[in-house]
Design a protein around this ligand. Structure first.
Ligand code: SF4
Length: 364
């Protein structure tokens, strides 16, 4: 099967589209008999080397991406690297110019000999998902359409397994680890927490623990239940944007406005945390949009911006202050209510009812 391959290994930078799409990538390349080499987890060295290769105004996730490509070339001896150009994922549903132009950025800032596998997905220009993978396979030496379709199916199977686990409440890392081993695991029994928040953020900011400074783990350590884009499906997310009276413009908007809109409209959380890269134009528009609607719904929101200089101490201080405020707000709300209503108010969803029960007990 591997005899006609032009490349037997492919490097995948652990950045940008890796964070949600890796199960698909892995399933696809594994089916074609191509070994996947993943760059290391983000370190200060990766950020620094990436930053040194681009102009300082570039957003942190792109600096990190460049650092991961260099990690594959220099530390993993991998000279074939997958750098897709994901232009649009629907008609006029575009990515930002940096994600669209990733191959051009890499070609222009990294002056080393290597093969870049650079397919384009552009539904606005009728370049379909199948075209994208056919182009990928052809660059690797695979032209048999049956093999390509089988590999696409394998990619979907792994991706859907991953998504089914995350939507069932399995945490990101466990779901990813099990998906690529072809395992499916069930959710453990969960302890109800007194507060809940939703994080609106791109996967490449949130699940890169060096970039997000382990935001999810920090919140969980504060006894806060965390929801993310991985808890809801794309259709629900899109419908929520529309229900707020907005439309999707950016390809990766569902992770931010779609997710925040769903939890806002359903009164499912006590607050919203927006996490974005400093200087990101699309994110600042999306966060402004949600902040506007948070005022309408009296929903607390905090916007945390990150770049390579963001200090952890200040980040934690802001986070703790926000969580303290949410706790005081919730206690005050419960204290104002008659006890019978606090506990039996059927207009609240199940989880908030349980949370209120806990807090009601705490303030007795
Ligand atoms: S959406 Fe923003 S953070 Fe993401 S790559 Fe584009 S500019 Fe950078």
């Amino acid at each position: 099967m591997t005899s006609n391959l032009k490349h037997s290994k492919i490097g995948i930078p652990r950045a940008i589209s890796y964070y949600y799409n890796f199960p698909f990538y892995y399933g696809f390349f594994e089916s074609l008999g191509i070994e996947v080499i993943l760059s290391d987890k983000t370190t200060s060295k990766i950020i620094n080397t990436g930053s040194q290769h681009v102009v300082s105004e570039t957003c942190l996730p792109i600096k990190v991406y460049v650092g991961h490509v260099l990690n594959l070339l220099e530390d993993k001896n991998c000279d074939t690297i997958f750098v897709p150009s994901i232009q649009s994922t629907g008609f006029k549903i575009n990515n930002c110019s940096k994600i669209r132009g990733l191959p051009e950025i890499i070609r222009n800032v990294i002056n080393k000999p290597f093969t870049m596998i650079e397919p384009t997905l552009d539904k606005t220009e009728n370049i379909s998902f199948y075209d994208f993978w056919q182009h990928t396979a052809e660059q690797l030496g695979v032209t048999d359409s049956n093999k390509i379709q089988t590999a696409i199916n394998a990619g979907w199977a792994m991706y859907n397994n991953f998504m089914n686990m995350t939507r069932a409440g399995i945490n990101y890392e466990k779901a990813l680890e099990n998906a690529i081993k072809h395992n499916f695991i069930k959710k453990e029994v969960e302890i109800v927490k007194p507060l809940s928040v939703v994080i609106m953020a791109h996967g490449y900011n949130l699940y890169d623990e060096r970039i997000s400074m382990k935001l999810i783990k920090k919140l969980e350590a504060m006894d806060v239940k965390v929801y993310t884009a991985l808890d809801i499906d794309h259709k629900t997310s899109l419908e929520s944007i529309n229900a707020l009276g907005e439309i999707q413009y950016w390809a990766n908007e569902l992770e931010l406005t779609g997710t925040a809109a769903y939890y806002l409209l359903n009164n499912k959380v006590d607050g919203i945390i927006a996490l974005s890269a400093f200087g990101c134009g699309p994110d600042s528009l999306m966060v402004d949009e949600i902040t506007y609607h948070c005022k309408e719904y009296n929903m607390p929101i905090i916007h945390l911006t990150i770049d390579e200089h963001t200090g952890e101490a200040g980040f934690i201080t802001r986070l703790e202050a926000f969580v303290d405020m949410l706790m005081r707000k919730k206690r005050a709300l419960i204290a104002k209510r008659p006890k019978t209503i606090q506990i039996n108010n059927s207009s609240l969803n199940g989880e908030n009812r349980e949370n209120n029960q806990i807090l009601a007990n705490a303030v007795k």
